[in-house]
Design a protein around this ligand. Structure first.
Ligand SMILES: [Zn+2]
Length: 266
């Protein structure tokens, strides 16, 4: 087994070997969007890919290239945001998933890092089954990386509820922990962002309610939450409990992957 888990750095034969070993493949889904005056536009893409890598090493999975464009309608008028329409985004994730299934992978995890992609990914997972289950036996799970560990993250937070929205405490701490050279905390001086009513990242209660979306005007900081309390130390702790919870969840559901796949056609 090669130590490399990133598909883009593996040869075709190494990927073939991963398929014959029946390893799970993770498709990270991110975004390219404004993340406040202090963080890079690839924050969600980086975080989905980074968590995928940490998780893959623990559970023996491989990681497909991260999808780096997502649904970013809220910030579409901000420099640096490149948002896809929902149907195009879903087709993109669908085509990637379909290619992986057709190449022989039988266990797939779509791991999301940009909130609006989340429910779109659920529908893609369903569609993959609807279209391919006659010819292929496989299992696909869709979730956002912060979901299983949300309560553990909440226990470690410094901000109030609402502080872990877009570019808030969680994401800023994450970047400070992993890529501090790309975070400009000094540029947050005097910047106070509105808190939304609940946390967009790691909400304690999963929310599937859609209202009129916020329309940040020119001059808005492109932050919803509180990045001021962020620290590298918190980031390391958030990442640890996040990956612990994902590992536990995947270990719990993998036996059902085996059951569903056993005795069926490859
Ligand atoms: Zn983000």
């Amino acid at each position: 087994m090669t130590a490399e888990v990133r598909m883009e750095r593996m040869t075709q034969n190494e990927v073939g070997e991963a398929i014959s070993q029946d390893r799970l493949v993770i498709i990270p889904t991110g975004a390219t969007e404004a993340h406040g005056p202090h963080m890079p536009t690839d924050t969600d893409t980086h975080q989905a890919g980074h968590i995928a890598l940490l998780l893959a090493k623990r559970i023996g999975a491989v990681v497909a290239p991260t999808i780096n464009y997502g649904i970013s309608k809220t910030f579409e008028n901000f420099p640096g945001t490149i948002s896809l329409s929902i149907p195009l985004y879903q087709d993109l994730v669908y085509e990637v998933g379909s290619a992986l299934v057709k190449s022989g992978f039988r266990k797939i995890l779509i791991l999301n890092g940009n909130r609006p992609n989340g429910t779109a990914n659920d529908a893609v997972a369903r569609r993959l089954q609807d279209d391919l289950d006659e010819e292929k036996s496989f299992v696909v799970t869709a979730l956002s990386y912060w979901e299983p560990g949300a309560l553990a993250v909440h226990a470690l937070r410094k901000s109030e509820v609402g502080g872990m929205g877009h570019a808030g405490e969680y994401e800023t701490s994450f970047q400070l922990a992993v890529r501090p050279e790309l975070v400009h905390m000094d540029r947050l001086k005097g910047v106070y962002a509105p808190l939304v009513g609940w946390d967009l990242v790691a909400p304690m209660v999963p929310v599937r309610t859609y209202g009129r979306r916020p329309r940040p005007a020119k001059g808005h900081a492109a932050i919803f939450g509180n990045p001021h309390v962020a620290s590298a130390e918190s980031g390391k702790a958030f990442i640890k409990v996040t990956v612990d919870a994902l590992e536990e969840l995947m270990n719990n559901i993998q036996p059902s992957y085996e059951e569903r796949n056993s005795g069926q056609k490859k």
